[in-house]
Design a binder for this molecule. Structure first.
Ligand code: FDA
Length: 392
């Protein structure tokens, strides 16, 4: 009885969604999961409350070698579809910010919801089951530490390698290569920046715990959200977002006055409060510790009336275009996702089946589609899993 219509490798967000859909269509489905629990990344997501989707999901919120690829799946299984599923299971949810929906119950409630649906769809899940080899002739044979299984279709839903201590690996890329498919190496994304020791010492450690709303940019890409100084470097949503667009050697630009033109703001302060010191005025709009640090390192602090127009322009440049040069990121150890994976052009965007290998499917983070921070990655997992589930 080890023969199934479909074997799904990976009981994460995408794999479970695919299993539910295929099971509901009456297919016999086995989900193989190498860890001792399904949905481990769901459990730790969103600070324990799973940011399960985003109200403003759209293709432009994803990075990929093929920016069109995600459009079809995202339009066929939308954020509203997943919200309906959550509502059907009477789970509460709250929009925290920027369309990000979090579960009112713990993240475990989302895993329970998916497992309940799997059970209703007669999906079989094998835990602690490690795939040793996949071969394909007439059908697929999957050798594992527990037993050998065979199927007509195999779905690779093994995600990306971020957080290796949870057992995450680049399995998807290895399997893709085995089948001669084009891949992109996984690269840590949505990940904090690190800086050289002298900058950590003089800047970041002293400001550790300070959060500021900024516009953070690299090249032509900008995010208006908070940054957080930490003893290891720079984190916070804006830093995580921009990390997906950053490559080694790039400078990042911080605009500390995201709602004002810095020079206009400085001129207005000089007119309104000519005797006040810049540091005092800055402390009213950015964290006091940061204002002091900027004045210690980059700006001569004095009463506003003493600044020449040229000096104010130089201060405006520091406030609106403060350049920082990370020397790396924290890497896969803390990355929320990974860029890269199977090249999208290897797949049908309708079915998620490989164009050149019949019956082999890839879904979720294993494909080179990576969302912004804010529920977009789960929405991609649900959508791509749902699509494959209609065909396997
Ligand atoms: P996922 O990683 O979920 O599942 C893959 C499964 O395959 C795992 O269960 C793994 O054990 C299993 N597996 C791997 N190799 C295997 C093998 N060889 N054999 C058998 N099984 C194997 N996103 C979001 O939208 N909102 C959020 O709030 C968060 N928060 C968040 C926090 C943290 C700390 C992290 C690390 C990540 C997030 N994410 C997120 C990202 C999100 O978790 C991620 O994009 C999805 O889980 C990807 O879903 P997949 O199903 O593709 O992979």
């Amino acid at each position: 009885m080890n023969k199934y219509d479909t074997i799904i490798i990976g009981a994460g967000a995408a794999g479970l969604m695919c299993a539910i859909e295929a099971g509901q269509r009456g297919r016999s489905v086995l989900v193989i999961e190498k860890s001792n629990k399904p949905g481990k990344k769901i459990l730790i997501s969103g600070g324990g409350r799973c940011n399960f989707t985003n109200l403003y999901t759209e293709p432009s919120s994803y990075l990929s070698n093929n920016s069109h690829f995600c459009k079809s799946a995202l339009s066929r299984y939308t954020q509203w579809d997943f919200i309906s599923l959550v509502d059907k299971h009477a789970l509460g949810w709250t929009e925290k910010t920027l369309g990000q929906l979090f579960c009112d119950q713990k993240s475990g409630a989302i895993v329970e919801m998916l497992l309940t649906e799997c059970q209703l769809a007669n999906v079989e899940i094998k835990l602690n089951c490690d795939v040793e080899a996949i071969t394909h002739d007439e059908q697929y044979s999957v050798r594992t530490n527990l037993a050998d299984y065979s199927s007509n279709n195999v779905v690779i839903a093994t995600g990306g390698p971020s957080i290796p201590k949870m057992g995450a690996t680049d399995f998807a890329v290895r399997i893709a290569k085995q089948f001669g498919l084009k891949t992109h190496n996984f690269v840590a994304a949505l990940v904090p920046f690190t800086f050289p020791e002298d900058q950590l010492e003089n800047l970041f450690r002293e400001l550790s715990g300070t959060a500021v709303d900024v516009v953070l940019s690299v090249g032509n890409t900008s995010f208006k959200e908070a940054i957080l100084f930490t003893h290891r470097g720079l984190s916070g949503p804006a830093a995580l977002q921009i990390s997906s667009y950053w490559t080694l050697g790039d400078e990042i630009s911080v605009n500390l006055l995201p709602n004002d033109n810095a020079l206009d703001w400085l001129n207005a302060q000089r007119d309104e409060s000519p005797n006040a010191e810049l540091k005092t005025l800055l402390s009213r709009v950015i964290a006091k510790r940061l204002a002091s640090k900027l004045c210690e390192l980059f700006i001569i602090n004095k009463p506003m009336k003493q600044y020449t127009p040229g000096e104010l322009e130089a201060v405006a440049e520091v406030l609106s275009n403060w350049k920082l040069k990370p020397h790396g990121t924290e890497g896969m150890r803390t990355a929320e996702v990974a860029l890269g994976g199977l090249d999208c052009d290897e797949l049908s965007s309708k079915t998620m089946e490989c164009k050149s290998v019949k019956g082999l499917y890839f879904i979720g983070e294993s494909i080179d589609v990576t969302g912004h921070l804010g529920g977009f990655n789960f929405q991609w997992a649900w959508a791509s899993g749902w699509c494959a589930g209609q065909f396997v």
